[in-house]
Design a protein around this ligand. Structure first.
Ligand SMILES: [Zn+2]
Length: 263
């Protein structure tokens, strides 16, 4: 759950994530989008009902889920309104906000292999998640849920020190992340906190760049043979994939492919 919980997350969000995991236990990690969507729905109900997330009854969640059609636009609107009231949405991109996470969930996805965006793409992950949640939340009753222990959230902020550049690999170029303040790009570090990734340049300025996505950074760590949940040091370039590629693709392979194209 670390990716859902920046260290600065307000208590109401923390409680919503814990309650969501509890309602989905024991398999809350199988479908990350389900956990994300349910946490946002619990946050919404908590704000609307003026009741803490941990006491929202599963029946209330089930009722809301059963009202949704295949395209839950009204649900999106209510989540945004509640998230803004709670101060977790509407803050723009960057650390300390959950906007990145929410945008990912509610936006149409580019079709894989179609970086130009000509195809219609895939519907928002939220839609499928809401359908699946409806099946699951109408399942176990309150008695079962009370016996389920609240999963412990791992709180993760970690720093990846990079010897040279943090390079974002896209189909036509490899572009280093630059500092917004001094334009420096060599010898900085990445700070990962919950869903947010920021670049800290060698002079200590902080830059939030929407091309740095937490899934891709964690994926890049795995391909670089580094631990995913701890501070790490990369001696030379750190390669991270960008949006046209699947989140699981190997940035090293793509970079050779790209290098060959550019040669
Ligand atoms: Zn700088």
């Amino acid at each position: 759950m670390a990716y859902l919980l920046p260290t600065t997350a307000p208590d109401v969000w923390r409680a919503a994530v814990a309650r969501a995991a509890q309602l989905l236990a024991p398999s809350w990690e199988e479908r990350p989008n389900g956990l994300k969507a349910l946490a946002f729905i619990l946050l919404m109900l908590s704000v609307e009902r003026e009741q803490p997330p941990e006491s929202i009854p599963p029946a209330a969640v089930a009722e809301d889920l059963s009202d949704q059609g295949e395209e839950p636009h009204e649900l999106s609107r209510r989540i945004e309104a509640a998230g803004t009231t709670a101060g977790v949405l509407g803050n723009g991109y960057g650390p300390d906000t959950l906007d990145t996470l929410w945008t990912d969930l509610k936006s149409w996805q580019e079709a894989p292999g179609d970086p130009m965006g000509d195809a219609e793409g895939w519907p928002p992950a939220l839609w499928a998640a809401v359908g699946q949640l409806h099946e699951r939340i109408s399942g176990p009753g309150e008695a079962v849920i009370r016996r389920t222990p609240v999963p412990v959230a791992s709180l993760g902020a970690l720093t990846i020190s990079v010897g040279r550049y943090v390079n974002v690999v896209s189909p036509d170029a490899i572009v280093p992340i630059k500092c917004d303040t001094c334009n420096g790009c060599e010898g900085g570090s990445l700070r990962v906190d919950g869903p947010a990734v920021t670049f800290v340049c060698a002079d200590g300025h902080t830059t939030a760049n929407p091309r740095l996505e937490v899934w891709r950074v964690r994926n890049a760590l795995a391909y670089a043979g580094l631990p995913i949940g701890a501070d790490a040091t990369v001696e030379r370039d750190f390669l991270v994939t960008s949006r046209p590629y699947s989140a699981q693709s190997d940035p090293r392979y793509l970079s050779r492919f790209t290098a060959a194209l550019l040669a």
